[in-house]
Ligand binder design. Structure first.
Ligand SMILES: Nc1ncnc2c1ncn2[C@@H]1O[C@H](COP(=O)(O)OP(=O)(O)OP(=O)(O)O)[C@@H](O)[C@H]1O
Length: 456
């Protein structure tokens, strides 16, 4: 797509010069000689970048006032100020008011093109991020843009409106309950209850009363169980493999009969409930080893859905962190933090055995850690030691940067410098012995040390 750059300057020479340089590089340009013509041009079609003279003589608005005006309607549109020799200070104040950058007259063509490319790239990225956020930040709670998550979202959309029973599998903390809630929310039962029964958290002797309720306890009171409570909605049986075998048999009967007896009861309770269950275990193995009823498995898993572990969807980590931060900020009042590139690189490379739950705990911990400082950026050194232990790190601290945030060339240079410094130390600064040990020619090692500024 051709670019569209608007150049606003009262001096025709400058307008033509800037436009000419940009045109030669294949950019599309338009020009305006005063503020009103500039605003009319922008109204006609929003450009992707504006070069704006600070003085703008003979115009209703000067450059700074025009900048304010443009930003009112188009806060994301990058504006690069063109400043005269003497008014760099004004240019700096323009940046504080939201200009993207400035170029100082007289300028070189290279500098102009570089600034234009950077501003256009920033604009494009901003829009892409916004679009991705819109796509990833859907109320159904399934956050992310990775292919596996898009596929999961599609499956959920397809099966949610049906009444079929669904078995959700996936590692612990991967977000199975979020998926179950999304299914409920997108079904015809969305206005009905969503009841969770976590089999792993209930002792086997309590399981039946929790699920089916009690006809009359010792005080003659009737308790309603989860199945009855979920009438008209969805019941989510979490970690179904932890159900005792007797309960499994009773659930199977409920599924066949569409009704059940309360504990100690004689009258059948009829319910209309959709059953969504989940497990982090390998149910086929549980079946083979006799711990899970195969007939129940087939009844529960009419539609199987697999939720991927976080290590299968690392590209979602920035979106998940953003989403979780906003959730935590809303719930706790803690301010939202920016994650530095180095910390993000480490977070994305970590394996996350505890999946989304572990990620969320870490995000919350980081927000608490940086609570005192309103400007604090979360850097890699703030991450707990368990995150990133498998990643290469710097042998000594060299400016607080994390190797994972650097391109290979820079990371290699840091490594070489630290490595050779240590080897030189070890051999008392003796180049010949160091060269012999590291396997380099003496002269090559000399050159290397010089280029790395070691030992000089
Ligand atoms: N989309 C999300 N946004 C924010 N937090 C999330 C999201 N998905 C999951 N989490 C966090 O991860 C935790 C685990 O999610 P969930 O309970 O759905 O996983 P699970 O796979 O059902 O876990 P388990 O196997 O232990 O039952 C949640 O309590 C929540 O804190």
């Amino acid at each position: 797509m051709a670019t569209d750059i608007l150049i606003v300057d009262d001096e025709a020479d400058i307008r033509e010069l800037v436009a000419g340089i940009l045109d030669d590089e294949g950019h599309g340009t338009r020009t305006a000689g005063d503020a009103d013509r500039a605003l009319a041009s922008i109204a006609e079609r929003r450009p992707q970048l504006v070069f704006l003279d600070i003085w703008l003589q003979g115009s209703r608005l000067d450059g700074l006032a025009l900048l304010d005006e443009i930003r009112k309607d188009h806060p994301d549109l990058p504006v690069v100020m063109i400043s005269g020799h003497g008014n760099v200070e004004t240019a700096v104040s323009a940046i504080k008011r939201g200009a993207y950058d400035y170029i100082e007259k007289p300028f070189k063509a290279d500098r102009l093109l570089l600034v234009a490319d950077r501003a256009l790239e920033a604009f494009k990225l901003k829009r892409e991020v916004q679009e991705l956020k819109l796509r990833s930040d859907r109320p159904d709670g399934i956050v992310g843009v990775s292919p596996v998550v898009n596929q999961l979202r599609n499956t959920v959309e397809r099966v949610a409106p049906t009444n079929s029973r669904i078995l959700i599998t996936g590692p612990s903390g991967s977000g199975k309950e979020i998926v179950a809630r999304a299914i409920h929310a997108q079904s015809g039962r969305a206005n009905g209850p969503f009841v969770v029964l976590n089999a792993a958290a209930i002792t086997p002797d309590k399981m039946e009363t929790e699920l089916f309720g009690v006809e009359a306890d010792e005080n003659g009171r009737r308790t309603v169980g989860a199945l009855e409570e979920a009438h008209g909605g969805t019941i989510y049986l979490d970690e179904i493999a932890d159900m005792p075998r007797e309960t499994q048999a009773r659930i199977l009967r409920v599924l066949v009969d569409q009704s059940f007896l309360r504990v100690g009861g004689t009258q059948k309770v009829q319910v209309d409930v959709r059953l969504v269950s989940s497990t982090a275990r390998d149910l086929e193995r549980e079946i083979a080893e006799g711990r899970f009823r195969e007939d129940l498995f087939h009844r529960l898993a009419v539609v199987p859905i697999r939720v991927p572990g976080l290590s299968e969807r690392r590209e979602d980590i920035p979106f998940l962190i953003d989403h979780m931060m906003r959730q935590i900020a809303r719930a706790t009042g803690l301010p939202i933090r920016r994650i530095g590139d180095d910390a993000m690189a480490v977070l994305q490379a970590h394996d996350w055995p505890g999946n989304l739950r572990q990620l969320r705990n870490n995000v919350e911990r980081l927000m608490i850690l940086t609570r005192g400082d309103p400007e604090a950026v979360i850097t890699a050194d703030l991450l707990p030691s368990e995150v990133g232990t498998m990643l290469p790190t710097l042998p000594t601290s060299t400016g607080g940067e994390h190797l994972m945030a650097l391109p290979l060339r820079d990371a290699r240079e840091i490594f070489e410098r630290e490595y050779l410094k240590a080897q030189l130390n070890r051999f008392g600064g003796n180049i010949s012995r160091t060269a012999e040990f590291v396997g380099m020619e003496r002269s090559a090692l000399h050159r290397k040390l010089k280029s790395l500024a070691v030992g000089g």
